[in-house]
Design a protein around this ligand. Structure first.
Ligand code: HEC
Ligand code: HEC
Length: 323
């Protein structure tokens, strides 16, 4: 009888463990993409697919949709990049590209994060708009990678960045400094000036880019750039979205940008009206906080209940052994 009890107890415990493991896996699968490498690949395709696709053939002339606007005077290959139309902040005309030389008036893609993968692939294959067809330029795998990036890689950093000054509004400077020294300073230098890159026709260093285009900084810090395959990706380093913002905040606050002595500041900053965008009042703040608490609480209660269950079971087992 005792033996049977122990056996039964063992069965029940294993059953509970399997169930919890399953629930835990599902909870983390929801906010973690299955294939992080695919998301990063999608992000680099979004940045400039012609640099990541082997033997890419960019059609001559401008992308046909480009002719629907006249403000942005770029031409040729650049007009075929997703980022040129939808922005580094993924918010098109609602985001950083709402004004200035980069403005096209094209919409953002943040609202597409809730679509299924095949729906996004259809959009990229010109099903709704025959001119928005990339299916002859990119393979099916690359279209899927773009869809995964849109579903799991997009973040709304404009809740943390002042769109006019381009400064991160707050953050953990110490965390930013530690992360920067540990992972970035070896190549970029402790003051960020060891490497320069082309930006709007000039060579600039990391401190300048951070102030000039924090959105491009974040995108490439998280997902890399085709120009630097040797660079560690934020997502591979396990950096959270906030870690990247902290590093950006540290760089903006401490590294030389070249704007220190000038009155002008970063290029193209024009005061624009902040129309639309996410509601930023205290009620939405409180609601979001409650939402987050409810989610983590639910899981904690579940784990707690399970632990209590296991303890009760052990007590019961021990007692039945003694009797
Ligand atoms: C030349 C400009 C241009 C380029 C390049 C471009 N798009 Fe678009 N995209 C648009 C416009 C304009 C729309 C709005 C719907 C339409 O007319 O197709 C759109 C719509 C979308 C949508 C649906 C958004 C919605 O809410 O309807 C997604 C997703 C999208 N594009 C992703 C991409 C990706 C990924 C790439 C790169 C492979 C890309 N786009 C390249 C202009 C562009
Ligand atoms: C192994 C060397 C190496 C390390 C480590 C490294 N980078 Fe880079 N990074 C590069 C190179 C090379 C480039 C490309 C320079 C060019 O465009 O010619 C680059 C480019 C960038 C860019 C893109 C600039 C642009 O053109 O928009 C950003 C942003 C960046 N690095 C941030 C970081 C951050 C943040 C870290 C720390 C996680 C980091 N890098 C670590 C080598 C490195």
């Amino acid at each position: 009888m005792k033996k049977f009890n122990v056996f039964l107890g063992f069965l029940v415990v294993s059953f509970l463990v399997v169930i919890t493991a399953n629930i835990a896996a599902r909870v983390s699968a929801r906010d973690k993409p299955q294939e992080e490498a695919m998301v990063a690949r999608g992000a680099q395709l979004y940045d400039d697919w012609s640099k990541v696709v082997p033997n890419a053939a960019v059609p001559g002339g401008n992308h046909p949709i480009w002719a629907r606007q006249s403000n942005n005077t770029r031409s040729g290959a650049d007009t075929w990049r997703c980022v040129s139309c939808h922005g580094w902040d993924y918010q098109g005309k609602e985001g950083a590209f709402r004004a200035g030389a980069n403005a096209t008036g094209f919409s953002g893609i943040l609202q597409s994060t809730s679509l299924e993968s095949d729906e996004i692939v259809s959009i990229l294959s010109g099903v709704d708009d025959p001119q928005h067809d990339f299916s002859s330029l990119l393979t099916a795998d690359d279209l899927s990678a773009l869809a995964e990036f849109i579903r799991y890689g997009l973040l709304d950093d404009n809740q943390f960045i002042d769109i006019i000054s381009r400064q991160v509004e707050s953050g953990d400077l110490k965390n930013g400094e530690e992360k920067y020294s540990a992972a970035c300073a070896t190549c970029h230098g402790s003051d960020g000036t060891s490497l320069t890159f082309r930006y709007e026709g000039t060579d600039i260093a990391l401190g300048t880019l951070a102030l000039q285009d924090p959105w491009r900084f974040l995108h490439r810090t998280r997902f890399g750039t085709a120009r630097a395959p040797e660079m560690p990706l934020g997502v591979d380093l396990g950096w959270t979205p906030q870690d990247s913002r902290d590093v950006l905040y540290f760089i903006q606050s401490n590294l030389p940008s070249g704007f220190e002595s000038t009155e002008t500041g970063p290029l193209e900053i024009k005061p624009v009206e902040n129309e639309g965008g996410p509601a930023q009042n205290w009620i939405t703040g409180v609601l979001t906080a409650f939402g987050a608490m409810a989610t983590s609480l639910g899981f904690a209660v579940l784990v707690g209940a399970l632990l209590v269950g296991i303890i009760l079971l052990l007590v019961w087992l021990l007692r039945s052994r003694q009797s």
